[in-house]
Design a protein around this ligand. Structure first.
Ligand code: ATP
Ligand code: MG
Length: 647
């Protein structure tokens, strides 16, 4: 029998932590071993770093698996850990520096943030929202989106943040699914100098909608909006007049903190449910150890609060640790392709957390853009969202990190709540393209189709063997789907749906979605390894491969390639790329066809949507495209209006 997934790519480069970094790091050698010896003890210690009103009685209740409960009997309100305690110890510390896309700026201290959260919470209560209700937040990246999330948490309402780039229809689906009682939005939000009409989308989503009773509207772009007096409230009319202190609602550890829909790269988004105590424990612990946060740091996570990365590593993780962060409203190319690097030098950002899709875009634009800016303040880099191809890792390391910053490649999901696999920057020697090792207290394995652990040097399916505090508590309204999607493949193991391999030092290499694995002449080949081999070529910025049906080989590899800068695709380059892949990882992985395209179909969170490329390759009707960011590129690839070749 062949491996569940082959191990084809080998990578020899290694980067030990810089000595000074290692000496001063928050997480020191021994933490993994200690946690492995007594994981529940480890999580208990981590949870005690939060503010609890009443300590828990039972750390983990596994009597109704997979419906696990953590910190049972514990009482808290997450905003007291994120705000109140810092206001006591250091009220004037900055929580967020914010830069608007047009260049306007503001800063909020912890004291100011708490006051604004309390005022917003008061306004929500006045609108009839309370504990147990769900509030949709449909905003851009303004400081008020964090205020809105925390205000919900303050009064015990669950938030459901819907990415501001989604259409009225996607918003409507999510409002209905979670039976939201209120919506918090803006008149509009800035994107590349244009106004995204958020309020107009909300109005459209609410036509004949049954559950939403009120809408809170922040004025941002001053665009004209329709107004429904019995439903709509301006933020500036009802928030500022509220009291600047509102007693936090006491919550059970297992009460819902939020619902968040997955990005939808594999199909219909799932409403993932997270609770107060376990989630905050996971994000607070990982933020401190993985990002090595210090009082002197200026941390910037470029994600949007519409995704889990924004929840865990813009809002809850950083605030639980009293960090100072930057939030930027706009896109990386407005008003020019140097905007991010200008922000890093302006704010002296020390820690940058971004996604491979962004890194590959910057590779396409050329390194002269970042290298002409002063990035010397940076000391640590992070990556999340997709496997990072080794060449993209090296580019990030050299041109952004100046060969001096450790890179933490963090693997996790909306479902896991917090980082599950990552180097710890002062401890772990990194290898480009590998997320390295599990976080302390996290128990993972790579298994074959039968659920048997594979030995080092082999590929298979990633599983998590034991429950962890920040795990999802279910899919909203669908316990059967929860059991079915995550717990039915292997008895007692959580199955995230990702392929993974173990190298001979037992480092973990994520291989993309199991659903995307290609079966070529009896070999299971991961998309990630072929894509990384393509990106390894000096002309290639980004690549996606899919298996399309083939009468002789079962599946044939169809590649879609984005070239760097002004490089033009031609037949000789196609041959060169095929040979490059063959030489790098073996002839079996040679793409049968290569299409050059200016862009790849991606979710709004920037993940490549291979299932659409598969539909195109097999000339099928396109599946669900509602979560797609750039639908025109799909049309262009399908119509053959981009350069293509068949073998
Ligand atoms: P859906 O489940 O609706 O298809 P999604 O899985 O894209 O959406 P997220 O929860 O945001 O939504 O993404 C989690 C997935 O992203 C992981 O399962 C994994 O495939 C990928 N991922 C995230 N970080 C990494 C990483 N560092 N390395 C490799 N893959 C990663
Ligand atoms: Mg997923």
């Amino acid at each position: 029998m062949s491996d569940a997934i082959e191990n084809l790519y080998s990578e020899e480069r290694k980067f030990p932590p810089p000595e000074k970094f290692a000496l001063e790091a928050n997480a020191q050698v021994g933490i993994h071993e200690r946690a492995a010896a007594a994981p529940l003890e480890f999580w208990s210690e981590e949870a005690k770093k939060l503010h609890w009103r009443t300590p828990w009685k039972k750390l983990l209740n596994d009597s109704d698996a997979p419906f696990y409960k953590w910190f049972e009997g514990g009482r808290l309100n997450v905003t007291e850990s994120c705000l109140d305690r810092h206001v006591v110890s250091n009220p004037n510390r900055i929580a967020f520096h914010w830069e608007g896309e047009p260049g306007d700026t503001s800063s909020l201290t912890y004291k100011e943030l708490l006051e604004e959260v309390c005022r917003c919470a008061g306004a929500l209560r006045q609108m009839g929202v309370g504990k147990g209700d769900t509030v949709a937040i449909y905003m851009g990246m303004v400081p008020e989106i964090t205020v809105a999330m925390l205000a919900c948490a303050r009064i015990g309402a669950a938030h459901s943040v819907v990415f501001g780039g989604f259409s009225a229809e996607s918003l409507r689906d999510r409002l209905d699914d979670a039976s939201c009682k209120a919506v918090i939005t803006q008149d509009g939000s800035w994107r590349r100098g244009k106004v995204v009409p958020l309020k107009e989308n909300v109005d459209a989503a609410l036509i004949d909608q049954q559950t939403v009773q009120s809408v809170l509207v922040l004025q941002r772009c001053e665009n004209n909006v329709e107004w429904n007096n019995s439903r709509d409230h301006w933020w500036h009319e009802i928030v500022p007049s509220q009291s600047d202190f509102l007693e936090a609602e006491e919550m059970d550890a297992e009460d819902i903190l939020f619902i968040l829909y997955t990005s939808g790269s594999t199909g219909k988004p799932k409403g993932i449910v997270h609770t107060c105590g376990g989630y905050l424990t996971g994000v607070s612990s990982t933020f401190k150890s993985v990002f090595d946060i210090k009082d002197s740091d200026l941390y910037w996570c470029t994600a949007d609060c519409g995704w889990v990365t924004g929840h865990s590593y813009i809002v809850y993780g950083p605030l639980a640790n009293g960090a100072t962060s930057l939030i930027y409203e706009g896109t990386p190319d407005f008003p020019n392709q140097g905007r991010w690097w200008d922000l890093i030098s302006k704010y002296a950002v020390t820690i940058l957390y971004t996604a491979p899709t962004a890194i590959r875009t910057f590779m396409k634009w050329g390194e002269q853009i970042p290298t002409s800016r002063d990035l010397s303040s940076l000391r640590l880099l992070g990556s999340v969202g997709e496997p990072i191809n080794p060449e993209a890792w090296m580019w990030y390391h050299e041109f952004i990190g100046g060969n001096r910053c450790p890179i933490v490649d963090t693997w996790w999901q909306t479902e896991t709540g917090s980082i599950m696999i990552s180097p710890l920057p002062g401890i772990t020697t990194t290898k480009p393209g590998s997320a390295a090792i599990p976080y302390p207290g996290i128990d993972v394995a790579v298994v074959d189709e039968e659920g048997q652990e594979v030995p080092p040097g082999h590929g298979g399916l990633l599983v998590i063997k034991s429950p962890w505090p920040s795990m999802l508590r279910g899919i909203h309204g669908d316990p059967d789907r929860y059991r079915d999607v995550y717990w039915s493949r292997f008895d007692g193991l959580y199955f995230p749906g990702d392929g993974c391999k173990l190298d001979d030092e037992s480092y973990l290499w994520l291989l993309g979605r199991v659903d995307d694995v290609m079966l070529v002449s009896g070999h299971n080949i991961s998309t990630t390894e072929v894509e990384s081999a393509l990106v390894d070529h000096s002309s290639v910025a980004e690549a996606a491969v899919v298996g399309r049906k083939d009468s002789t080989t079962g599946q044939a590899i169809a590649a879609f390639v984005v070239l760097k800068g002004t490089i033009e695709g031609c037949d000789s380059l196609i041959q060169e790329l095929r040979l490059h892949v063959a030489a790098k990882i073996g002839p079996i992985a040679k793409p049968a066809s290569i299409v050059f395209t200016p862009d790849l179909p991606k979710t709004r969170s920037g993940k490549i949507m291979r299932r659409l490329l598969r539909d195109i390759s097999e000339k099928r009707k396109l599946g669900d495209v509602t979560t797609l960011a750039n639908s025109d590129i799909v049309e262009a690839i399908r119509d053959g209006s981009v350069k293509s070749s068949e073998d």
